[in-house]
Design a protein around this ligand. Structure first.
Ligand SMILES: Nc1ncnc2c1ncn2[C@@H]1O[C@H](COP(=O)(O)OP(=O)(O)OP(=O)(O)O)[C@@H](O)[C@H]1O
Length: 255
C-alpha cells in the first residue's frame, strides 16, 4: 500500500563527525523526490538512518505508523523499501528467484495471503512494469549493468513497499541506460509508489524528479522543483556549478 514518508529532524553522529544535522523531508505517494549533494553530504547516511541501519535521532513515520527507534527488519516489513549502491543480486539464482527473495516475509500469515493473492503473478507484473519480463528465467549472473540495476529495482518493488529509497541506481550506467531508468522510474511512480532518488547523474535527477532536496555538510541547503534548484545560487556554488544543465554529474562531486 502506498504511504507518505515523513522524516523530521534526522541527526546522525559518527564520533566527532555530524553526518546529518536535523534533516527533514517528505515523500508522498506518486511523488519522485531527488536527494542530491556533494560527496560526503550525507545522502547515504540519510537512507541508512531512515531504514534503521544507522543509529539516529529524529522521527520517521510511514503513513500512520511511527517507525522511530524500530529495527531495520521491522521498518522493511512496515513498507520501507530500499536499494543499495551496489546491485548485489544473487548470482546463482534466476531473475524470478531474485524477485521471490526480495518479496519473502518470514511471517506465515502474510506468506499465506500472498500465495492466495498470487505472489508469482505479482512478480511478473513488476517485471513487466520495468520491461524485464524476458529476463525472468535467466540467471542473474551474466546480466549487463543496466539489466542488473533494473532487476535490483524490481527486487525492491517485489516486496510491495509503501515507499522506495534508491541509492545511486544509475551508478555505472551509460547515457542510454540512464534514460531508460528514468522512463521506468516514472512508470513506477505513476502507479502511486513514492520514490526517493539519490544519484549523482544530474541529467537523470533534474529530468525526472518532481521535487529535489539538496544536502550539503549534513544539512538541507535548498529544496524545490528542478528548475528552482538549477537556478539556486547556493546550490550552484556548492554542487551544480555554472554549466551544470544537462551535465551527467554534479560539479561539486569531490574526486
Ligand atoms: N560508518 C561511518 N563511520 C564514520 N563516518 C562515516 C560513516 N559513514 C559515513 N561517514 C561520514 O559521514 C559523512 C556523510 O557520508 P555519506 O556516505 O552519507 O555521504 P554521501 O552524501 O552519501 O556521499 P557519496 O555521494 O560519496 O556517496 C561523510 O563525512 C562520511 O565520511
Amino acid at each position: 500500500m502506498n504511504q507518505t514518508l515523513d522524516v523530521r529532524g534526522l541527526t546522525v553522529r559518527y564520533g566527532g563527525v555530524t553526518a546529518l544535522d536535523g534533516v527533514g523531508l517528505t515523500v508522498a505517494p506518486g511523488e519522485l523526490v531527488g536527494l542530491i549533494g556533494p560527496n560526503g553530504a550525507g545522502k547515504t547516511t540519510f537512507i541508512d538512518a531512515v531504514c534503521g541501519f544507522t543509529r539516529a535521532t529524529g522521527t520517521v513515520r510511514l503513513g500512520h505508523r511511527d517507525l522511530t527507534g524500530r529495527r531495520a527488519y521491522a521498518r522493511a516489513r512496515a513498507g520501507l523499501g530500499r536499494s543499495w549502491q551496489a546491485a548485489d543480486l544473487y548470482a546463482d539464482l534466476t531473475v524470478r528467484e531474485n524477485l521471490a527473495v526480495g518479496a519473502y516475509r518470514p511471517d506465515w500469515r502474510r506468506t499465506l495471503a500472498e500465495v492466495l493473492r498470487g505472489r508469482a503473478r505479482h512478480d511478473e507484473r513488476v517485471a513487466e512494469l520495468l520491461g524485464i519480463e524476458d529476463l525472468l528465467d535467466r540467471p542473474a549472473d551474466g546480466l549487463s549493468a543496466g539489466q542488473s540495476k533494473m532487476v535490483d529495482l524490481a527486487r525492491a518493488l517485489a516486496a510491495d513497499p509503501g515507499v522506495l529509497l534508491l541509492d545511486e541506481p544509475a551508478a555505472g550506467l551509460n547515457t542510454a541506460e540512464s534514460r531508460l531508468l528514468a522512463t521506468r522510474l516514472r512508470t513506477v511512480v505513476d502507479t502511486g509508489t513514492g520514490v526517493l532518488l539519490v544519484d549523482h547523474d544530474m541529467a537523470l535527477v533534474l529530468g525526472v524528479c518532481d521535487r529535489i532536496v539538496v544536502l550539503d555538510f549534513g544539512r538541507v541547503l535548498a529544496e524545490g522543483t528542478p528548475r528552482e534548484i538549477q537556478d539556486d545560487d547556493a546550490v550552484i556554488a556548492a554542487y551544480l556549478g555554472r554549466t551544470a544543465r544537462g551535465d551527467r554529474r554534479g560539479k561539486g562531486d569531490r574526486p
